[in-house]
Write a protein that binds this ligand. Structure first.
Ligand code: NI
Length: 176
């Protein structure tokens, strides 16, 4: 299976703004396939292109039951058009920050407009895990990792824990 290497924080590449994809670009399908394989191989429920070293606005998510019933959704040029609900603080992991989880406060509901790989305009609505995952992956496209998404106090602890995780050789998909 064709997988890609995951870029780990604090690589400055993860802090860059990604560029819009050209709708109908034929290279997007093979890229999306490799991203999907990479996400599953590392037991993630979402992956953004910059995490595999590509500065393009494309993400893949699968929050249902990826191990038993894979149903990947590829979102090209995704854009949050609505967020709703009282903010909830919950631990998030990230394949680019192996070995740690970080509490991030987000609204539980997200509505996202995007293009599919055939260039059709689509909308997806997600609540709870999917709502959170969509927001997390779109953050990556804007150069935000977990360390930028949490509050200042949690960031100090997260950076400390992350240094320890890297020192003991934590791999993507591992959450302490
Ligand atoms: Ni992530």
């Amino acid at each position: 299976m064709d997988t890609l290497k995951i870029v780990l924080a604090p690589d400055p590449f993860l802090r860059e703004q990604c560029e819009p994809c050209e709708i109908g670009d034929p290279t997007l399908k093979p890229l999306a396939n490799k991203m999907t394989n990479t996400m599953y191989a590392n037991h993630g429920c979402g992956l953004a292109a910059p995490q595999v070293g590509v500065k393009k606005r494309i993400i893949v998510v699968d929050c249902d039951d990826p191990e038993n019933n894979p149903n990947p959704i590829v979102l090209v040029n995704p854009e949050i058009i609505a967020l709703d609900g009282s903010p909830v603080k919950e631990e998030e992991g990230c394949l680019s920050c192996p070995g740690i989880s970080v509490p991030v406060t987000r609204q539980p509901f997200a509505r996202v407009r995007y293009y599919d790989l055939d260039g059709n305009e689509c909308t997806i609505e997600g609540e709870d895990l999917l709502g959170r995952c969509l927001q997390h992956e779109i953050d990556h496209l804007n150069g935000k990792t977990l360390f930028e998404s949490c509050n200042a106090l949690d960031r100090i602890r997260a950076i400390h824990e992350y240094k320890q995780a890297l020192a003991r050789g934590a791999k993507p998909g591992e959450v302490e």
